[in-house]
Design a protein around this ligand. Sequence first.
Ligand SMILES: [Zn+2]
Length: 113
Amino acid sequence: MSKFLIRIDKKTLRRNPHAGATRRFIPGPIITYEDGSQESERIEVSGPAPNWLYEFEDTEVECGECHKRFSFRRLLDDEDCEGNRFEVCPECGEEDCCDIIFETPAEAFKRKD
Ligand SMILES: [Zn+2]
């Protein structure tokens, strides 16, 4: 099965100002009041915040079964009964259609390009 490395888009890689916080708020849906004023609801998230914030490059992967190419974002996730995750092809429905590896921030920093 082909392996694809999904690289971090370094332009988006930045230190999380809330790194390590265990209780934080993120902006939620906008609420509009009867008088027309608006406020963004704040949603509480628990669990340690990651040290880095980033997005992945939009990378093409290829299905090992039907050989169609598409963005990794179109892959469907599924899980077997033991909780192992695998990637399902959005074109032919093949389970475990390719192997994708996500780059870590440490790897992105080492990379020269
Ligand atoms: Zn396929």
